[in-house]
Design a protein. Sequence first.
Length: 81
Amino acid sequence: MPGTATVKAAKKTTTKFNKAIKAGMSAAKASTSYGKKGTINNAKKAFTAVTKAASRINKGGKVAKKGGLRKIGLAIKKVLK
């Protein structure tokens, strides 16, 4: 139609929690906990671990003492500080 202005939808900003999930998944991919370095064998299991860790840290919980979850937790903590 002539004379109608097109309005571009505003781009949604990424939440801090989602940025933390992204950082956690990168850490999971870099570690050997969920397959060889650079690959994730069980994506569902890895994503579950990352989201649970992010939720725990977001609520003020602690990072795991050792293992793959610690690497994930430390990456998440950098974003959620």
